[in-house]
Design a protein around this ligand. Structure first.
Ligand SMILES: Nc1ncnc2c1ncn2[C@@H]1O[C@H](COP(=O)(O)OP(=O)(O)O)[C@@H](O)[C@H]1O
Ligand SMILES: [Mg+2]
Length: 328
């Protein structure tokens, strides 16, 4: 029968997503059971393993498969990029029609990229996402990766420049080599760090060099990866930079309709029949998507903690007002 070590190994391999090891341990348990004369149990266990192996290889149609973390940045790259394997989709976002249409177009071109390349054209893949904080730029990068089933690598540009003052351009070269080698979404956050207006005196020269290298690498890059820059401060970026991107996507604070959608989606699992939506939407005016999400979480927690059966409208409005107060 299974020993304590077997159980521990099963749990460990499960939590690490190591299917091979998981099945190997299960078969060890079966073998041990057989030796001890529990032949029926041993056979059942082997059959179970066989069946789940088959199921594991062929996911049911429509079922979301968990992305397998096959690429983890190694060596020098490890300190430059952070990797994620998002499962969110575009449908999880509340977007205005214009932005949604543009993102869908990008996905369409990405999915048909072989076809486009066969005709000597390349898909849209260099994106600049601009707009106020908390309006979905980072979430968009995740959703694009989730939709395309590729990893998301994030590069915090301002951190990179301060940390590697004097050798940032060399680090950028490494990143662009990875872009060439591993198809993924490469998300350069805090892109305005490349705007010279932001630079301190001893950074000015470095930033100019980095900007020039970035533009050069971006120009040369003809990989299949998506390269996306995001900034909350587009005004401090050189306009010439904008032209180097295939698409500049502008995010803004949510309209009343979109904000209602963000909040309804967020509270979808709770009873909101008592919520006075016009009041709530009014209280949400001027707040970004991220604020709305947090206020919803607050209202949802209240409902759960106080064992209410439904979300309280007044408390919801207060949660939104509290978010607003954090901006003052
Ligand atoms: N369009 C959106 N639809 C639904 N939720 C959103 C949307 N945009 C932002 N959010 C929520 O706000 C959070 C922060 O958004 P994020 O993408 O990090 O903003 P940004 O990168 O523009 O500062 C997200 O994790 C999500 O919960
Ligand atoms: Mg962000």
């Amino acid at each position: 029968m299974a020993t304590a070590d077997h159980v521990k190994a099963l749990i460990r391999s499960h939590s690490e997503g190591d299917n091979e090891r998981f099945y190997a341990v299960a078969l060890q348990v079966a073998a041990q059971a057989a030796r001890q004369g529990h032949t029926k149990f041993a056979q059942e266990l082997r059959d179970l393993v066989d069946r789940s192996k088959v199921r594991g290889e062929a996911p049911a149609p429509g079922q979301r498969t968990k992305p397998i973390p096959i690429v983890q940045p190694r060596g020098e790259l490890a300190g430059l990029l952070s990797a994620a394997f998002p499962t969110i989709r575009l449908a999880d976002m509340a977007l205005d029609r214009q932005v949604r249409t543009r993102l869908e177009r990008i996905l369409l071109e990405q999915r048909q990229r072989e076809e486009l390349r066969a005709h000597g054209m390349s898909p849209i893949r260099k994106l600049l996402l601009i707009g106020p904080p908390g309006t979905g730029k980072t979430m968009t990068a995740s959703a694009l990766a989730g939709e395309l089933g590729v990893p998301l690598f994030t590069i915090q540009l301002d951190g990179l420049i301060t940390r590697y003052l004097g050798e940032t351009a060399a680090k950028l070269r490494l990143i662009f080599e990875a872009i060439q080698q591993t198809r993924a979404v490469y998300f350069f956050d805090e892109f305005d760090a490349l705007g010279s207006e932001r630079a301190t005196k001893n950074e000015v020269g470095e930033i100019r060099r980095v900007l020039n290298s970035f533009l050069q690498f971006l120009e040369q890059d003809d990989s299949d990866s998506i390269v996306a820059g995001a900034t909350n401060h587009p005004q401090i970026l050189d306009r010439a930079l904008f032209r180097r991107f295939d698409s500049v996507i502008e995010y803004s604070l949510p309209s009343p309709d979109i904000s209602e959608q963000v909040m309804r989606d967020r509270l979808a699992l709770l009873d909101t029949s008592q919520v006075n939506w016009p009041n709530v939407v009014e209280a949400a005016k001027g707040l970004c998507h991220s604020d709305l999400t947090r206020a919803c979480e607050r209202a949802a927690k209240n409902a759960i903690l106080q064992r209410h059966t439904c979300v309280d409208s007044q408390e919801f409005v207060e949660a939104l007002q509290e978010r607003r107060a954090t901006h003052r």
